[in-house]
Structure formats: structure tokens, C-alpha cells
Design a protein. Structure first.
Lengths: 366, 186
């Protein structure tokens, strides 16, 4: 709850809201001082993202002749920001509102929330990990808040953060070699052996998370924040495959006190492969009987024009480009700002860090 | 069998042949995949709390609980007595089962009790409860300037909360039972 009357009467909530404003200011300072360009991209978009399990909120707009155009409120600014990378911007960030329908009104979710995304092209997901750690340390320093708090956990910001591969965390917490469970059949057996329900329609990712959410996630980042990286290739729709092991993809997530705070990719910059994967996502949406829309053609065109190779001569041959492969890489991340604020303020619920959250509006004065 | 959308605070789940009362449930969307429900639940026999995360399409064995509004009467040793005002039947519920929420109970308030086979298994408190302030240190000049904007006050059931400095003895206040904080003057 953070309505005007809560902020007036509850000192703790007022302080959380004041901290929120300072944290957002401090995030901006961090990126500006590291030479990132702050961008503004549309909240209402013609083509929403294709993630099969996200539900964009439809929005109808009209021109002067009352012609109706169907748009959506963005679930993430990802496509727009990558288009800016294609335009030649090399280091960009955006803090903005995103919307996801059919989410819970509180807890760790809200229909409307604040997302921070940043990208480096050229850049790698390791650099994005470094940025993330530095960002938290910068905010901690500027607000003089040393500990992140979630549930009963207290995690010191200013220490060396953990970095482990997904394979390592499975070995540590489940005691199995993930290499052997990269195929759905084997994973099905493992999940069922350990006492979880296996449903016929379960996909690889569902089975993976049945185990991960029960046995691994609650233990992640309890003493120090942890980056878990290199996800099974099966679960990474916008990320590139690892150079040395194509069974895994360049994706990482940040966990603090068992809470997922950010999701990042070594970005897939191959237009054909991207189109192929998004079309598959779209097919899954259709199978799940969800609304479907075309894959944003302009996003594919932007990738086709090249990302992360800015500054290279336009007539470079494919071979030469391959030689400077590192330069054609891009890295990017989406970080939930409200969750970050929750950690810095020790708030009990995401609704406490937002003014007039959906829940507040629906339950106040009626 | 029920679906995970029926999981809510107070619901009673049969898990591996034991009964558990849901303490808290949270939606989790791991990365970009399907949604899950993280459920914290209390073992009714031992009071031990466990956490299980279900995919939203899984089936859950939710036992049918009869919800009944009852009035809190008094505390007797470890137990708390409630009365069904429609038939004047009385039941007693163990304090461990109610947990931390016992501190909000005040004689005469209505609560909702979940009964399974006539046995009380869970309790739902009103979101806000009204109390009378029985003890409040007077505000001292200069408090606000010193940054002391709240003070500890004692309520008529013995609960102590932080309230704004202007609250006086004898006033009625509303307390949020989810956070244990002062909400407003009643």
C-alpha cells in the first residue's frame, strides 16, 4: 500500500518512497557518468514482443477520421532499443514503464512496473555483469545503504559477487550433471524421480523450472548476490549460443536473497536465426490459444543491417567481419527497478515501493 | 483435485498425505517461461512451514474447508476461544496454529475461521482492526525537529505499535494486520 494517505500517515512508507526517487536518480547518474546515452522509446507499440507466456495489454488508438489502430503497451523496450543499436548507438539505457497483463497485483509483481534496460554494442554479457555489479555498488555508496534486504536475508552489497554457470548450480544444489539433462526425455525422468508432477504438455523449460524453482532458486544469493550464467540453449529465445559449447546459450540472471532481479543476454544478432526463433514463439502462442500478431519486421530489418559492428568500414567482407567477431557482439539486460528498490529499502511487498499501484487503485475508496 | 488458481492464504492442501494451511502464495514468472505459484504452507500437525512451487497448470489437492465468521472470546492458556454467533457454538484453536497473528486478536472482533472436519485449521483476520490507545507518551516539544516523527503506543489488547507523534491516549486507531503498522485514526 502506498496511497497518499499511507504516505501521509506511515513514516516508513514515506521514507521508502523518498528512497525510491533517490535510487532512480542515482541509477541515471551511474549510466550518464559511464557514457551511456539515455533513450526514450515508445510505450505503445504496433508489434509487441513474442514471448509465449507474456500478455501485452492491447490499446486501441484512433486518428482524426476515427480509424482504429490496434497497438499494445510494451512488455519490454527490447526491440526498440536494439533498433537504436542498429542506428549506431553503442551504449544506451532506458528507464521506463512496462506492462504485463494477467500478473498478480502485488508480491513481486504488478501489472505496471518500471524496467531498466541497457545495451552495449559492441559488448559482451560479461561486461553487462560487471555493469550490474558496479551499478548496485554505486547506488549503495550514494545512498549510504550497505545491505540489501529480502525476507529475513541481509546481503552486503560491497563484496565480491558470485558468478556460477547453470551447470555448476545444478551440480551444487541438485547433485547432477546438467549436461546429461539437456534433452527433454532425460529431464522428465529426473523431475518425476524427485517427486514432481510431469504433465504431458510440459516443455523442456517447464520441467527445468519445476526443479529449479523448488530446489535451486530459493538458495541463490543468500550470502552474496549471484549471477547464474549459460542457460540450456533450449531456453534462450533472444540470446546467442556460447562460442565453445553450443548446447548452452549466453544468458544470465541475477539473484539476490532468492529473488530474481535481472535477466540478460549475449544478444542474438543473426537476423535469420532471430526470425526463426520468434516465429517458433509465435507458433507456441497460437498453440496456447493466445492472441498472435506478426513478428516486428522492422526489428528483423534492423538486425539484418548489423548490430555491434558500428565503426567498421561498411564494405568489410564476411571473413574480415568474422575475424573481428568480438566487435559484432552485443550484450543487454532487463532489470526490474521496483525489485531493486525493494531490496535497497527492505520493503515487504512490491506495492510498498510504488505510488498508487494497481492494487491501491482497485481497493481504495470503494 | 483443484487448480493452482485456488491456492490462497488459508486454503488447506493435502501434500504427501499430510495437511498444510497456505500461509502465503506468490506468482513467479521465471525468465520468459510459463508461470508458477510459490506457496508457503504450514504443516497442520507440527506447525513447520515448507515452501513448494507449482506450475500453474498442475493439479493440487485442496481439501474443502468450511469458512465461518466467528467472534474472538478469550485466551485460555495456549488456546484461543471463538464463538459462532449464529448457533453460539464455541471452538478452541491452538496458538501455534494461529501463529504470529495472535497478537492482533482482541475480545469481541470478528474473524473468519476455516474448519476441516469440524476442526479449526486456519484463520483470516480483517485487513484492518480498530483499537483504543491505552498508553501514549506525550509529545515533547522539539520531537519533530529532532526527527522523531513516530512513538511507541500501547493498544487495548496489549499490542505495541509505532504511531505518529500526535496520537493521544484514549484515541481509536486502525492497524493494518498485514504489516502490523498504524494505518489511520479511526
Amino acid at each position: 500500500m502506498s496511497t497518499w494517505s499511507d504516505l501521509k500517515n506511515n513514516h516508513r512508507l514515506k521514507e521508502i518512497y523518498e528512497q525510491r526517487i533517490k535510487i532512480v536518480k542515482s541509477i541515471r547518474e551511474f549510466f550518464w557518468s559511464n557514457n551511456f546515452v539515455e533513450t526514450e522509446t515508445p510505450v505503445a507499440v504496433r508489434y509487441a514482443s513474442q514471448e509465449p507466456y507474456l500478455n501485452p495489454i492491447p490499446a486501441a488508438i484512433h486518428d482524426t477520421r476515427s480509424t482504429i489502430y490496434k497497438m499494445y503497451l510494451r512488455t519490454s523496450p527490447e526491440y526498440a532499443l536494439k533498433k537504436l543499436l542498429a542506428a549506431g548507438f553503442e551504449k544506451i539505457f532506458e528507464i521506463g514503464k512496462c506492462f504485463r497483463d494477467f500478473e498478480s497485483f502485488g508480491g513481486n509483481h504488478n501489472t505496471e512496473f518500471t524496467m531498466l534496460e541497457w545495451y552495449r554494442a559492441p559488448g559482451t554479457y560479461q561486461e553487462i555483469m560487471d555493469d550490474t555489479e558496479k551499478l548496485f555498488k554505486y547506488v549503495s555508496e550514494s545512498l549510504k545503504i550497505e545491505d540489501l534486504r529480502f525476507k529475513d536475508y541481509k546481503i552486503k552489497v560491497n563484496q565480491t559477487w558470485d558468478r556460477m554457470t547453470m551447470k555448476e548450480v545444478w551440480q551444487k544444489y541438485v547433485g547432477v550433471n546438467l549436461d546429461e539433462y539437456l534433452k527433454i526425455e532425460r529431464l522428465k525422468d529426473l523431475v518425476s524421480e524427485r517427486g514432481y508432477q510431469v504433465e504431458t504438455e510440459d516443455m523442456y523449460e517447464d520441467l527445468f523450472f519445476k526443479l529449479f524453482l523448488n530446489e535451486i532458486e530459493p538458495k541463490l544469493g543468500l550470502e552474496r548476490p549471484i549471477f547464474v550464467y549459460n542457460y540450456p540453449a533450449e531456453m534462450s529465445s533472444l540470446s546467442r549460443l556460447c562460442d565453445h559449447d553450443s548446447r548452452y546459450a549466453e544468458r544470465f540472471e541475477l539473484y539476490i536473497g532468492g529473488l530474481e532481479v535481472a535477466n540478460a543476454f549475449g544478444e542474438l544478432t543473426d537476423a535469420d536465426e532471430q526470425l526463426h526463433r520468434l516465429t517458433k514463439d509465435q507458433e507456441l502462442r497460437s498453440k496456447l490459444r493466445k492472441e498472435i500478431w506478426p513478428v516486428d519486421p522492422d526489428f528483423i530489418a534492423a538486425l539484418r543491417s548489423g548490430i555491434g559492428s558500428a565503426g567498421l568500414p561498411a564494405d568489410l567482407s564476411a571473413e574480415a567481419l568474422a575475424k573481428v567477431g568480438a566487435l559484432a557482439k552485443a550484450g543487454g539486460i532487463a532489470l526490474g527497478v521496483d525489485r531493486m528498490i525493494l531490496l535497497f529499502t527492505g520493503a515487504k511487498d512490491i506495492n510498498e515501493v510504488m505510488f498508487n499501484s494497481v492494487n491501491d487503485q482497485l481497493t481504495t475508496n470503494n | 483435485m483443484a487448480s493452482t488458481s485456488d491456492i490462497r492464504k488459508g486454503a488447506v492442501i493435502r501434500h504427501q498425505n499430510d495437511l498444510y494451511a497456505v500461509v502465503e502464495s506468490q506468482h513467479v514468472n521465471p525468465g520468459k517461461g510459463a508461470a508458477f505459484v510459490r506457496t508457503r504452507m504450514k504443516h497442520l500437525a507440527s506447525g513447520k512451514v515448507i515452501e513448494i512451487t507449482y506450475k500453474t497448470s498442475e493439479t493440487v489437492d485442496i481439501v474443502s474447508v468450511q469458512w465461518q465468521t466467528m467472534q474472538f472470546l478469550y485466551k485460555t492458556g495456549e488456546n484461543f476461544a471463538f464463538m459462532n454467533m449464529s448457533n453460539y457454538e464455541q471452538i478452541e484453536m491452538n496458538g501455534d496454529l494461529i501463529g504470529d497473528e495472535t497478537k492482533y486478536l482482541k475480545e469481541g472482533i470478528d474473524v473468519v475461521i476455516g474448519l476441516y472436519e469440524d476442526r479449526p485449521v486456519s484463520i483470516q483476520l480483517p485487513k484492518k482492526i480498530q483499537y483504543k490507545v491505552v498508553e501514549a507518551p506525550p509529545a515533547v516539544k522539539g520531537d519533530t525537529a529532532a526527527g522523531n516523527v513516530t512513538k511507541e503506543v500501547t493498544l487495548d489488547n496489549g499490542l505495541k505499535i509505532q504511531a505518529p507523534i500526535f496520537i493521544k491516549e484514549g484515541e481509536e486507531v486502525l492497524v493494518n494486520t498485514e504489516t502490523g503498522e498504524y494505518s489511520a485514526r479511526a
